[in-house]
Write a protein that binds this ligand. Structure first.
Ligand code: SAM
Length: 278
């Protein structure tokens, strides 16, 4: 099947990166400020799925977060593709796949999987660690056309969220369970505001650089970049306005007071790649 030439965002994005403080907000392992998250207990991890913490992410208006990745996968493998969704959460991605697709979702969070079962009753849903699941599957000879990492890169942790696993190991594990022509789809969401220094383009440049850096660290030889794009989530403003909890990825202390959650919106960098060597 023909594949469109990749959209290389590097060429149309500003080179300047946001100030260091902005980086702190989005990554979990670089600052004192962000280490607040590391105190999260397993209970708190579970509670986030019972609250409205993820409600706006799961709003139907946010489907573009997933469809931007699903479209190239369906173009590559057809509607009956087999997808492994690592860190599947509540399996939003499953509900947007074509009906003939086979979906396996893996997550270590019980509450998330419970919600996933309601959403996708016919899906294979497994409570397991992501990397270990891939190790066992590779050993058992299981293979998928596509492995999706939606919001998992930079967030692949122990169940209590206190320890981060190596993202290069995560990507190599994902590659180990691919069909020979299989691909990895990385969906990397990021926040932006209406402030010029934290505009979508500034934040996108930073996020794109961090994703590309991990890919380069993982595979020394160039990978086949099938698709790379940025998607702004449609309708996010309304959803954020109705949110009652402050998301833990935004400190917001120095934000403009124009809205309760300071006018930050989400967009997603989608990268679909075919590793050259497994
Ligand atoms: C940011 S959420 C994204 C959820 C979902 N993919 C989505 O797009 O809504 C990350 C998910 O990965 C899961 N997770 C993180 N580290 C994991 C690991 N090592 N093993 C299994 N699941 C993990 C978390 O429980 C959480 O549900």
């Amino acid at each position: 099947m023909d594949v469109a030439r990749p959209v290389l965002l590097d060429t149309c994005l500003p080179k300047a990166h946001p100030p260091a403080q902005t980086r702190i907000v989005h990554t979990r392992d670089v600052s004192e400020t962000d280490r607040v998250d590391d105190d999260r207990t397993p209970l708190e991890e579970r509670l986030k799925y019972q609250s409205d913490y993820f409600a706006y992410l799961e709003s139907p208006t946010n489907e573009s977060r997933y469809t931007a990745a699903i479209d190239p996968l369906v173009r590559l493998f057809g509607g009956d593709l087999r997808v492994l969704d690592l860190g599947c959460g509540t399996a939003m991605l499953a509900s947007l796949l074509p009906p003939a697709a086979a979906y396996t979702g893996v997550d270590h969070d019980v509450e998330a999987l419970s919600a996933a079962r309601d959403r996708a009753p016919s899906a294979e849903l497994v409570q397991h660690d992501t990397i270990d699941f891939c190790t066992r599957s590779a050993r058992d000879g299981r293979r998928w056309h596509a492995v999706t990492l939606a919001g998992l890169l930079f967030h692949n942790t122990t169940p209590d969220g206190t320890e981060h696993f190596d993202d290069t190991e995560l990507l190599r594990s994902a590659a180990s369970v691919l069909e020979p022509d299989g691909v990895i789809a990385i969906l990397a969401p990021f926040a932006f505001t209406d402030q010029p220094e934290r505009s979508m383009w500034e934040q996108a440049a930073w996020k794109l650089a961090t994703v590309n850096e991990i890919i380069e660290q993982t595979w020394q030889e160039p990978v086949d970049l099938v698709h790379q794009s940025i998607t702004r989530q449609i309708g996010i403003e309304t959803a954020i306005a109705s949110q009652t909890q402050h998301p833990d990825w935004w400190t917001g202390a120095d934000e403009s007071p124009t809205s309760r959650f300071c006018g930050h919106y989400l967009a997603t960098i989608v990268t679909v790649l075919r590793p050259t060597r497994r």
